[in-house]
Design a protein around this ligand. Structure first.
Ligand SMILES: C[S@@+](CC[C@H](N)C(=O)[O-])C[C@H]1O[C@@H](n2cnc3c(N)ncnc32)[C@H](O)[C@@H]1O
Length: 366
């Protein structure tokens, strides 16, 4: 960070525009922005039992007009665009009150929308007046810095996270409650504290350990707390001192996970190696025999890497399927070569080929 820039791994008190202007261009990997909603609540809201709803009617959420809200939104979005790395991305969350304005201005600022995620609240607040549908979701926009940007997305991690099913754009997560909800004087300390579960998904999916996550509207420090726990760096800006103090206290209690738990292993796709590469490299010789593990079946390797067995011919997979009588056989796990009197699977030979090949490309500086 340049000198005079706000320090990382801290929550800073002040206006996010002033503070962002002091960050170097291209220094941030992820922005999570939960800006004022501009709810325009002009009167108190009561439950049927006449208790007052802790709604968002604070000074920080008040703007004179849509136009002044747009000017403010445009300014912070342009700063986010400047401080983001080319590989970075931004998440902006909001409700129907503001998200459509934020979305349009986000595109105007040069961002490229990748998804909108609907956060479905499993325990939403009812519509007490019975005048509209219960407002049970918020919208998150996820966008890269430009149309063709190479942004971080751990697709496979998200699939594993979701029990092997591709993760969809509708997320069912309860609103922040219970011990996670910071209380003051018996009530909520902040009207819009977001659930950590929401930030957990976002940070795991779209950052790497050690990345820098910026939250220009830090509130109680939810983004920073989850980022710290997941071994990411963070920087948060918040203009209300009381929230800054809550966030600092909250962050002090967070211990980062050990690095070994954070490694992203799912995303690594092994390079595809055809059986022919083993034959061409001499690791398996044309004319030698492949065996099934119980030595019941034997096939001869041809120069073109096909196998021949009892008048049948095919690839390691199709011949494996034919002789085993199974619906589908993975030839890499079915066939073995004989080395020093022992059977060695062709899959093991493929591993050796990959290792050798990787070492060579490193040595060649490829
Ligand atoms: C919707 S809340 C964010 C809540 C936060 N995500 C959390 O989980 O606690 C928006 C926050 O932005 C702060 N804020 C509003 N305008 C700001 C500005 N110009 N600079 C910095 N913070 C601002 C408000 O004080 C408020 O805490």
């Amino acid at each position: 960070m340049k000198s005079g820039a706000p320090e990382i791994n801290k929550i800073h008190h002040g206006d996010c525009l002033d503070l962002m202007r002091r960050l170097p261009a291209g220094s941030v990997d992820l922005v999570f922005a939960d800006p004022p909603y501009n709810l325009q609540l002009h009167r108190d809201l009561f439950r049927p039992d006449r208790s007052r709803v802790k709604a968002v009617n604070d000074g920080w959420d008040k703007f004179e007009s849509f136009c002044s809200y747009d000017d403010f939104t445009r300014a912070w979005l342009l700063e986010c665009h400047r401080v983001l790395k080319d590989t970075g991305s931004i998440w902006a969350i909001g409700t129907y009150h503001n998200i459509f304005r934020v979305g349009a201005l986000l595109q105007d600022a040069g961002f490229w929308i990748l998804n909108d995620i609907i956060w479905i609240k499993t325990n939403p607040m009812p519509n007490f007046m019975g005048t509209r549908f219960a407002n049970a979701h918020e919208t998150l926009i996820w966008a890269s810095k430009a149309k063709d940007a190479k942004y971080t997305f751990h697709y496979r991690s998200m699939k594993v996270f979701n029990d092997g099913l591709q993760m969809r754009s509708d997320w069912l997560i309860p609103v922040c409650k219970g011990p996670e909800r910071i209380k003051e004087g018996g009530g909520k300390a902040h009207p819009t504290q977001k659930p950590e579960e929401l930030l957990y998904r976002i940070i795991i999916a779209t950052t790497n350990p050690g990345d820098l996550v910026l939250d220009p509207f830090a509130g109680t420090g939810t983004t920073a707390a989850v980022a710290k726990g997941l071994g990411r760096n963070f920087i948060g800006f918040e203009k209300e001192l009381s929230y800054v103090n809550l966030a600092i206290e909250r962050l002090d209690a967070v211990k980062p996970m050990q690095n070994s738990l954070l490694e992203i292993r799912n995303e690594k796709r092994l390079p595809r190696i055809p059986f022919g590469a083993l034959v061409a490299s001499g690791m398996v010789l044309a004319g030698e025999c492949l065996w099934s593990s119980d030595r019941k079946f034997m096939a001869e390797v041809q120069a073109d890497a096909s196998l021949v067995c009892s008048g049948m011919t095919g690839s390691i997979h199709s011949l494996g399927t034919l002789v085993s009588g199974k619906e589908r056989t993975n030839g890499w796990n079915f066939w073995y070569v004989e080395r020093d009197g022992n059977l060695l699977s062709v899959d093991k030979l493929r591993d050796d080929y990959r290792k050798k090949h990787q070492r060579n490309s490193r040595a060649d500086g490829l």
